[in-house]
Design a protein around this ligand. Sequence first.
Ligand SMILES: Cc1cc2nc3c(=O)[nH]c(=O)nc-3n(C[C@H](O)[C@H](O)[C@H](O)COP(=O)(O)OP(=O)(O)OC[C@H]3O[C@@H](n4cnc5c(N)ncnc54)[C@H](O)[C@@H]3O)c2cc1C
Length: 386
Amino acid sequence: METFAIARVQLSFASIAATATGPERFASAFYTTLWSESSGTRELFPAGMESMRHRFTTAIGWVVNRLTDFDAVEAFLGQLARDHRKYGVRPEHFRAAGYALLFAVRECTPFILWTAALERTWAEVIGRLVETMATAAATDDLPAVWGATVVGHERVLPDVAIIRLETDTPIPHYAGQYMSVQIPQRPHMWRYLSAAIPPNPHGQIEFHVRRVSSGWVSPALVNEVRVGDRWLIGPPLGGLRVDRDSGQDVLMIASGTGLAPLRAQIMEMAMRGTNPRVHLFYGGKYPCDLYDLETLWQIAMTNPWLTVVPVVEENENPWWHPVPVRETPKGLHRTMYGKLGKVVGQFGTWSDRQIQIAGSPSMIRTTIYALSAAGTPRQNISFDPL
Ligand SMILES: Cc1cc2nc3c(=O)[nH]c(=O)nc-3n(C[C@H](O)[C@H](O)[C@H](O)COP(=O)(O)OP(=O)(O)OC[C@H]3O[C@@H](n4cnc5c(N)ncnc54)[C@H](O)[C@@H]3O)c2cc1C
């Protein structure tokens, strides 16, 4: 597809995303059309749609912004389509979704921008997206979901829990990937969590979860999950991965439970003889937010390729978690103070590194901004797309 045509599509989507109510209106138009045009599709979705609508608009935005790199789009949509099999989605549903998507962009793009040429281009783009997803879902021979049993639940902070499970059969994935999970306390409400340990033949898996206040599922994950609970886990997703062939060293930046996918990769690397150098900046507001620093220090002490740099904004723990601040072991990098992105940016442009960022969406955005301001090339940076 011509660059000019792609730019037209991107401009029209930007005109929807830029307004305060545009994304919500767009997602509502999509789902309302899908449900009315394709019978039985409403039952595939949860009753409360706020989180789905937000994720849908973010995913479409991600795809539209990368249309010039269709291989990346194909990889992402293929994973997403395989993931959708857990809802009972069939190939004809993707075609119905394509129709609803075209309706939603037409409905929400400002009238003055919408032309016959733009409609043709959107139809072509959507046709390719639909075919990619329908083919990926139809040709996948992995299960749509795996069953798993909770074998451990540990509250490491008032709002953070480490949850360990054993899957009935191992899920084929690689360190750095995430999966959607459904727990018995919140039926039909799937949420993504990143595996915090590398895959192993026993099907053991570990998730680190932070409670989001006003969230539906994360409070139950932190407060209500019990040993013996049965979970459903969807297929692995995501492309955070150290590219060993690039010859480049690695910069990893994590805050909070965003550590999980980076920790899994570091643990996997620790099982190998040689590795590229890895600098991990691990950030939080208070020292106690770095709940897994001890594990990282242990790995760094025996693996000279790994440097762990703790970064916090305050030097004392808060009154609601009055534990002593840990001393840095001799020979390891001392704690640095300030906003994570700014601290990382102080070290230069990191232009010779492959960079991974993991954390909350706002942390990822501000860190990319701070790195870009310091001169880091944008194409060196990876993060999970949603
Ligand atoms: C690729 C990916 C990997 C993820 N991995 C992990 C993980 O390993 N551990 C983990 O704890 N979480 C992880 N998450 C976030 C997780 O999927 C949920 O979004 C989060 O737990 C909130 O779910 P909820 O049902 O409690 O909140 P919802 O009911 O979905 O949302 C309630 C409100 O909270 C806001 N909100 C949602 N998430 C956040 C957030 N992170 N920070 C601030 N506000 C938020 C929403 O916009 C909404 O307004 C991951 C998300 C993605 C996309």
